[in-house]
Design a protein around this ligand. Structure first.
Ligand code: HEC
Ligand code: HEC
Ligand code: HEC
Length: 100
């Protein structure tokens, strides 16, 4: 019994440790042919956006990332769901905000 309790305590510490390490998925690097964009969970979750605003649609995780073009984003795909000039700065400009 003691052993089970100790194991459970270790496990919960581990989970808490991961939770404190980064909000949600942390910084996620999205690579494309000629560059990459870093998405910050800290910034997005920190401004009060709930996980469900982005998960499971349009995003799941890096492994099952669905590559989109800027053209598709301008029509509302991926980041463009919010970065449309209404909810957040538009993907029709502001390139440097995302492409550092
Ligand atoms: C504003 C949008 C947004 C919000 C809000 C958001 N996420 Fe994410 N999340 C993303 C994106 C973008 C990715 C990368 C997915 C991809 O590459 O297709 C991601 C990936 C992840 C991953 C996988 C990380 C990896 O490297 O594959 C986890 C875990 C995750 N998110 C958890 C969360 C949790 C938990 C919350 C709420 C606390 C949250 N996310 C809120 C956009 C968001
Ligand atoms: C809100 C953030 C954001 C803004 C603003 C943004 N991009 Fe992007 N861009 C991305 C992300 C994320 C990807 C990678 C998409 C993927 O691979 O799924 C990308 C991919 C690209 C690509 C490769 C795909 C393609 O369409 O050929 C190019 C080129 C590009 N961006 C150029 C630009 C230019 C030029 C601007 C400004 C007019 C811009 N981006 C504005 C986030 C942004
Ligand atoms: C659920 C809505 C939502 C989605 C989806 C979303 N964002 Fe944002 N993002 C926001 C809001 C709201 C802001 C803050 C308002 C503003 O700056 O116009 C913001 C701010 C930002 C900023 C400036 C703050 C910072 O983190 O440096 C960047 C860069 C950014 N987003 C990149 C992205 C990229 C890249 C994606 C796609 C992978 C994405 N966002 C998807 C809502 C979203």
């Amino acid at each position: 019994m003691k052993r089970i309790i100790a194991a459970a305590a270790c496990l919960s510490l581990l989970v808490v440790g991961v939770a404190f390490a980064a909000v949600g998925g942390g910084d996620v690097t999205i690579k494309y042919k000629k560059g990459q964009v870093v998405f910050s969970h800290d910034n997005h979750v920190g401004m009060g956006l709930e996980c469900t605003k982005c998960h499971d649609k349009p995003f799941t995780d890096s492994k099952s990332h669905k590559t989109v073009t800027m053209k598709q984003m301008q029509k509302g795909a991926s980041c463009g769901a919010c970065h449309n000039g209404k909810t957040a700065f538009t993907v029709k400009g502001n390139c440097k905000n995302c492409h550092k």
